[in-house]
Design a protein around this ligand. Sequence first.
Ligand SMILES: [Zn+2]
Length: 668
Amino acid sequence: MSRLHFQLEATADGSKARAARFRTQHNEVLTPTFMPVGTHASVRTQRREDLLDDGVQVVLANTYHLLLRPGTEVFEKFGGIHRFMNWPRSVLTDSGGFQIFSLPESRSMHEEGAVFRSYIDKTTICLSPEKSIETQKSIGADIMMVLDQCVPSTVDHDVARRAMELTHRWAERSLLARGDSAQALFGIVQGACFDDLRTESARTITQLPFDGYAIGGLAVGESSGQREDCTAIVTEHLPQDRPRYLMGVGTALDLLEAVHRGVDMFDCILPTALSQQGVAFTSIGRRDLRRAQYRNMEGPLDPDCGCYTCRTYSLAYLFHINRVRDSNSWQLLGQHNIHFYMRLTRTMREHILAGTWLDFYRSQREVLDARDSYGTRSVFKNKALQQERKLRLGNYEVVVREEIGRIRHTSSGEVMHSVNEPAVEARSLYVEQSRLTDRLELDAAEPLVVWDVGLGAAANAMATIQAVESMEPAARQRKLLLVSFENDLDSLRLALRHNRWFKHLRHAAPARLISEYRWEHASGSIEWLLLNGDFAHRKFDAPQPDIVFFDPFSFKTDGALWTLNSFRELAAICKDRATEMFTYTCSTAVRAAMLAAGFHVAKGRATGPKNETTVALSSVAAAGEHPYEMLDREWLAKWERSDAKAPLGADASDESWREAIARHRQFG
Ligand SMILES: [Zn+2]
């Protein structure tokens, strides 16, 4: 009988993700759950009230450190760690194995145990499985861990096998040492990154009657792919009726991936450790407050977070106190990060219980670990980034996340479609929202003209072509003329070279377009033209558009395309035509430029973490039937109060835009 009364509540369809609950001596724990690390019986810089409010159910403490200081006699005097740190919920103690592994200079491993020198008083200590359990008993942890031998992920098979076998023998000794104590004890699966050893270790350890099973020896230098494969191999062999704990992992994305592979519990120092560096996990990916762009930015760290930090402080303030190394910065970002992790695990649980896990999992993979793309500072100099450097051409490079390629503009650091999967955004924001296939079903002599401004890696153009190709041939009543504008074809060339990460390019059209500047579908129902050169000039060479996909880099990178003057020229081109223009931004300055140029402006649909995008209509289109919610007087009032109300590129000596926006017919 398990000491934890574990109950499996749900397993997701098409995934190993599970929701469960178990009861310790102090509280009920709902999984998946994250356990903040309180190495020295304190979660660094965090108040217990905030941890309790955030729904922390278990904190992790380190046996090795607590054994050295304050020492077991203090815990014995206080009757355990709960009273000592005044923590009413559960505590899990690790065995000390990992800390000893991290001290290669001053330790040696023996059958009996690990011998090391205390960093406090330089005495020699032997941490045996029995000593570790005895220490954890006096600490009074709800969940104890067996002593294990950790090895680096790079060791050879022999070394990994010997460490694993020693871990197995120590596991049996730990169980004996636990005896009839009411404290729960978890076994640990080892085996480095070798599939056969991991399988063998999981089979051996699960023969022993532990209250839960942990996957150890990861997050020690292996790649995330190796870690995920290894996790999946181990969970395959773990019993359904015991909790599973992945030790020392990881980023928000790592948690998502591990839950998908059947893990229930996590601990990691990242939420607090990264806060010390000024890095936060948010609903729109990571934010790195060392980037100068945040210096005067208003708005919260995470627009979708209700934590104290996000409710109270602006990005600019957090940037400032991080810069002057005020310890409040560490505390505030840590508080946000823990809040974020706890909310993430709760949300995962809700989706598993509601049967919507797979959709959630897919939607979050892209968002959770997105690197901060503001500015150029590169913080995470790891092997993956070095690999990316090989994937360069001209001013672009390929960035691969989750097997999906994106193009980054190297001098600005900006990534195309940085937060959403490019193909998904192309379909939703441009192809579907413009009702393009419906329009092709209406018989007309003239082709439907679609402008694709900013060809890039051709995500929007290929989503358009593929949408038309998947229509019933009989339904295609009208020809499509797709005109792509691009001044630098290196991004498409680069993506074509690496089309294993750009699936949409596995088609005859893009290669033909780049060599001949034109491609036509065999049926004659689609013609695709490329106008190479600056949009500022080439737009006058194209037939008037019915639909414009306006998707260049942002105004930070492609400034000239977003100016008042540029939109004025566009408005003149579309003057007597029902043109609808779609773009990903909802920036006030861009909308102001469109309005001042004579477009009518509406709210576009949400995409990924963006709540709103923008649709601009020519006067003819605005006068006709359309499904869009126009910007109203409330937006106008907000614009009036905004600090950024001038259209981009507006001439300081000519403020006629003020009048043009304030008296725009759409607000009349
Ligand atoms: Zn927050």
